[in-house]
Every structure is written in structure tokens, then in C-alpha cells.
Design a protein around this ligand. Structure first.
Ligand code: GSH
Length: 248
């Protein structure tokens, strides 16, 4: 039987398709990606911001194909092949790009140790609170649980970006901002309810070139999200959310 989650639109569309087209030539860095994946989009935004040369290869991670599992035993995108090594985990990849391409600007991590620590504190918060709440809100069928998740989506940001200039914290959260339309349409989420500053921030993020250039059509995302809204999705993230476990 076909795995339901494996039935996704096969490639990027809209501005993201043009970006894929520009990154077909072989390069030292091969980027294994799925056009639909928010974790992929983090690494993709970093690559685009820093204008790092990369070759884009589309993978459907739900098919768990042997060639991909040999690279990332977790079977998750994004993954990168670089100098014979296979690397994965979106935030680790973003930091790897900072380390491996120091001459590529902008720096998405600040240079001062305390500011770097502050960035990582925000990243930790986004991973542990914001993203799990987004997925709980998406999958919860019960209104009380949805309301609890809505509360956890509150972010206290001063703007214009998390850390003054556009940086890794913005990269880490941007993919969920461009996907919050699904929560607005189906779960009563309103950016303005978080705060007017948040609403302005979200609009700033979704207009940024690196974000636009890595985004595909909403109607294709909406098909995938339909399975989450009905709590039918079988992705690792969906299963962990359903079981109340940490997102892999
Ligand atoms: N913690 C990982 C999560 C990556 C992830 O969950 N990717 C999803 C696509 S959005 C995937 O490959 N799913 C395959 C599956 O669930 O079987 C990261 O940050 O890179």
C-alpha cells in the first residue's frame, strides 16, 4: 500500500522552482531537499542569504529510498553532502554554513560570544516551544487543546528582527510564518492577536527575498496540511506530536 504522506506534489513551484532551476549544476555542496519542508526551508534560506554555491536535489523523504537512508539514517530532509560527508539537522546545517563559508556574508550568527549564546537561547526556545505549539494547534481536534496551543504561539519580539539584524533566529522561524496561513484559515490564529509588533514582523519576514525565493504555491502546501488538520499525517513530526513526544 502506498504511504499516504509519500503522495506529495513532486517538485517546487512559483519562485522556489526558479531557484531550483538556478542550482542544478554540480557543486561541492549538494543540498538534499524537499520543496514543502519547513526544516529544509531554514537551510535553504541560509544558503540563499549567503549566496553559497550549492546543487539542489529534490528528495521525497517519505519514500525512505535506500540511497537517501544510506546518507541520513533518520531518513529526514534537509541533508547535505560535503567533502564526502553526509550532514543533516536543519539548525546544525545553518551553523555549518556559517563555519564552512566564513567569507560569505551576511553573518547570520553574531560575533560576540554572549550574543551568540542569546541567539542559541532563542533557537532552543523556538525548537522547544513555538514549533511544537504550531504542530499541536494544527493536529489538535479538540478546541480546548487548540486554545492551549494558541497561547504557546505568543512571541515577545521587539523587532525589526529577533537580534537586531536579520539572523539565524529569523531563519529558524520564517518557514512557520509563511505557513501560518493554514492556522489562520482553519484554527482561528491571528497574527495581530500575538501583538501588532509580531504582525509587522511576520509581514517583513514573508516579503524577504530569501524567503520568497524558497517558497512554493500555498495550494500545494494546503494539500499536505489537510492530512495534519484531520490528524491523519504519518510523518515523524506528526507521530511525535500525536504521542506528545519531542519532535525529531
Ligand atoms: N529535526 C529535523 C527535522 C526534519 C524533518 O522532520 N523533515 C521532514 C520533512 S518536513 C521529513 O524528512 N520527514 C520524513 C518523515 O517524517 O518520514 C531538522 O531540523 O532537520
Amino acid at each position: 500500500m502506498a504511504i499516504p504522506d509519500a503522495q506529495i506534489f513532486p517538485h517546487a513551484t512559483s519562485e522556489a522552482a526558479k531557484t531550483v532551476e538556478r542550482h542544478q549544476e554540480p557543486q561541492d555542496l549538494v543540498f538534499y531537499a524537499g520543496w514543502f519542508c519547513p526544516f529544509v526551508q531554514r537551510a535553504w534560506i541560509s544558503l540563499e542569504e549567503k549566496r553559497i554555491p550549492y546543487q539542489y536535489k529534490e528528495v521525497n523523504p517519505y519514500k525512505k529510498e535506500p540511497h537517501f537512508l544510506a546518507m541520513n539514517p533518520k531518513g529526514l530532509v534537509p541533508a547535505v553532502e560535503y567533502q564526502g560527508k553526509a550532514l543533516y539537522e536543519s539548525l546544525i546545517l545553518c551553523e555549518f554554513f556559517e563555519d564552512a563559508y566564513p567569507s560569505h556574508k551576511p553573518n547570520l550568527l553574531p560575533s560576540e560570544p554572549a550574543d551568540r549564546a542569546l541567539t542559541r537561547m532563542w533557537l532552543d526556545h523556538i525548537s522547544k516551544t513555538f514549533i511544537p505549539a504550531f504542530h499541536r494547534l494544527l493536529q489538535a481536534q479538540d478546541v480546548e487543546k487548540q486554545n492551549e496551543a494558541l497561547q504557546d504561539l505568543a512571541e515577545n519580539i521587539k523587532g525589526p528582527f529577533f537580534n537586531g539584524e536579520f539572523g539565524l533566529v529569523d531563519v529558524a522561524i520564517a518557514p512557520w510564518i509563511v505557513r501560518d496561513f493554514i492556522l489562520q484559515e482553519h484554527r482561528g490564529f491571528k497574527r495581530g492577536d500575538v501583538s501588532p509588533v509580531w504582525e509587522a514582523y511576520a509581514e517583513r519576514i514573508e516579503k524577504r527575498d530569501s524567503v520568497v525565493n524558497t517558497s512554493s504555491l500555498r495550494e500545494h502546501l494546503a494539500v499536505i496540511f489537510g492530512r495534519y488538520l484531520r490528524d491523519e499525517a504519518q510523518s515523524e513530526v506528526a507521530k511525535a506530536t500525536r504521542a506528545g513526544k519531542v519532535i525529531p
